[in-house]
Design a protein around this ligand. Structure first.
Ligand SMILES: [Zn+2]
Ligand SMILES: [Zn+2]
Length: 257
């Protein structure tokens, strides 16, 4: 990992398939603490580079035939993949954006509007051309709060979209396993989503079988857990079914055959 005050150079294993992250926990914490070129180099050493393209975005914002740009409207569609070196200034903009997304989310959770400064950091990189001044002055209109919060949701969604996160299922000696395959940028996106939803990460619903972001405590081993849409109804039904089958077992056990 080579760096100066303005640039970061890195060696990338071929092909560009994303880093193998042995322990990406706390990655977002380390990212939002970045202040200097040295911090950028330390972070990249530990977790991998952002793999920015010449648009200053993760190069995965377009697919192989460069036809899909997520929600990004870029006049010049040609991307060309990751560039080297990566500008430190762009890294610092991404750091400021991630910090401001967390700040803004905390405000929304408290029922308050985020600061204009946070919106500036977020939109400068995620939604260039947004008129933040106008956004802030039009807050008193009907549904102003909900609309602004929806906007934040779209931006987090956009971060995930351009990270090219791929589901993967493996079944080896460790047993069947579901995981999401992505690079540094995608892991940051997933951790941002976890932090913003105040969840403990992905769980699989015992009712519908679909992965969802679980809030509060992690599900205990062997205990059922339900997504918000299945919720308590499914939990009650399953508990009842279990009780009935236990009663039946007991009844069967006492009845001589
Ligand atoms: Zn690009
Ligand atoms: Zn469910």
């Amino acid at each position: 990992m080579l760096y100066s005050d303005t640039e970061l150079r890195y060696e990338m294993p071929e092909p560009f398939s994303g880093y193998f992250l042995s322990n990406p926990r706390r990655m977002l914490d380390a990212f939002v603490r970045i202040e200097s070129a040295r911090d950028v180099a330390n972070f990249a050493q530990r977790f991998g580079p952002l793999e920015l393209c010449r648009h200053g975005l993760p190069y995965t914002h377009v697919d192989e035939d460069e036809s899909f740009a997520g929600l990004w409207m870029i006049d010049d569609q040609e991307c060309g993949g990751p560039i080297q070196p990566e500008p430190i200034s762009r890294w610092l903009e991404w750091v400021a954006c991630a910090r401001s997304l967390l700040n803004a989310a905390a405000f929304f959770h408290d029922g308050a509007f985020p600061s204009e400064e946070d919106w500036n950091h977020i939109t400068r990189i995620m939604s260039p051309g947004t008129d933040v001044k106008r956004l802030v002055t039009s807050r008193s209109r009907e549904n102003g709060f909900e609309d602004e919060r929806l906007g934040l949701g779209d931006i987090v969604s956009q971060w995930l979209l351009m990270s090219r996160i791929e589901p993967r299922f493996t079944w080896d000696l460790d047993g069947p396993r579901f995981q999401l395959d992505t690079g540094t940028f995608g892991v940051l996106g997933i951790q941002l989503m976890e932090a913003i939803t105040r969840s403990q990460g992905l769980s699989t619903c015992s009712g519908c079988g679909i992965p969802y972001m679980r809030e509060g405590r992690r599900p205990q081993r062997g205990r059922r857990n339900y997504c918000p849409s299945c919720g308590t109804k499914a939990a009650l039904r399953d508990a009842q079914r279990e009780r009935r089958s236990k009663l039946k077992e007991q009844a069967d056990g006492t009845t001589p055959s």
